[in-house]
Design a protein around this ligand. Sequence first.
Ligand code: GLN
Length: 536
Amino acid sequence: MTKYIFVTGGVTSSLGKGIISASLAKLLQARGYRVTIQKFDPYINIDPGTLNPYEHGECYVTEDGAETDLDLGHYERFLNTPTSQSNNITTGRIYQNVINREREGAFLGKTVQVVPHITDEIKRNFRMLGENGEYDIVITEIGGTVGDIESLPFVEAVRQFKWEVGSGNALVIHLTLIPYLAAAGELKTKPTQHSVKMLLEYGIQPDILVCRTEHHINQDVRKKIALFCNVNINAVIESIDASTIYDVPLLMLKEQLDKTVLTKLKLPNKNEPNLENWKDFLGRLKNPLSEIRIGLVGKYVELPDAYKSIIESFVHAGAKNECKVKVITIQSEHMTPENAVEKLKGLHGVLVAPGFGQRGFEGKIAAIKYVRENNIPFFGICLGMQCAVVEYGRNVLGLTNASSTEMNPETPHPVIAMMEDQKNIKNMGGTMRLGAYACDLKAGSKAAAIYGKTHISERHRHRYEFNNEYLKAYKEGGMTPSGMNPDNGLVEIVELKNHPFFIGAQFHPELKSTVANPHPLFVNFVAASLAYARKN
Ligand code: GLN
């Protein structure tokens, strides 16, 4: 039977429930268990696809084309297994399902209420991934903080679920904060006590407390927490600030979080976790032989979470190259052809980020012109690739005022244009070209050499595309379309021959980079930037 672990959070937000969930899952996976993680978000949006990145950071897209919370990215990067729509549920989706069923008449004249109908639908979703025998353990992260009005139905559903499946089949891990009061020179347990009290009020006794702290928690503090929160002392787990999120699985191993979980779930403590590859990665990450500076040009740079997967992909690719990658964020809105030299000074490579809308578009074009002309390694992702096409059209092919119709619907040269099947779409949510699509790489191209094969599949999230009416002009003018969708002929990758590294991808490689499998495009971009650094 599948076992269920719920992860709740107390005291404050941003304690890192996603990383704790991913780290625990990693340890259980490394012991041979089949584990998955799902996230329940208490907001009303059906999914984060329509959210501005400034709200909740990047929107993470799964293989099946779901637009999801960025924590799913952590799950995939840690576990190296794909997630799907079923791994991210919001309050909006729960209500939508219930309301649709109400309209169908499925409730047979009953009054539809938060309890039991909403909580039943939540529980149905808790169970979903565990039902087909694919997983031994399902970890469910409950977004938000216990005590928030909006997470109440989720907390109530956890209470009911735990009672229904019985002890030994489900447990609750509560993540809390142990603040340090410098004036008193003490770690304070009271916020944790209050947070647990609140959970108890809702009928949930947490089984394990994971305590975020800036200082080590000594035995006395552990005893105190255990006594006042009703848990075993070995269920008080310290989660001390780490220099990298990738340290957390090892920190949790030291605290025996995995062992405590297995004992409580009455699962055999089989094999010690095999973390050889993980440790090897950490060794490389922490002992770089060189250092490079990569510019990340985008318009959401004030909130680095907006580019989470890109930043993590650089961590993976850096470790692979035994090179520390310093990512310098640059606001594209403030870039101009005049200040590009100044802003890009000292960089060994430039990545132009994905994005939507006009703001910062011309800045991205200015950055690309500079790196193209100065042989600085360039990597463009989605909008970044589209900008590279526009820049090349304007400045090399002589297509005056070339643009994307997203930015200028009146452009005389719509080298990037809306996809045909996007033109009649009115709804914004979930209607882009989303998820995994096949791509054929041109034999002999840089892309094919980088991937080491000619058939690939990558994830997408866009409405606009390379306009194939200009294909001939670009080919003849020196920009090679080196990746094409075999089914509809859409251009997926463009590259320049006479440049050390100039690649634009219409898809999002950053969504598939994991600790176990750093993405080849990032690995090679870092290698090219390193080569540039050595030469200059
Ligand atoms: N705005 C562009 C499009 O919709 C690029 C999207 C992106 O960068 N994800 O095609």
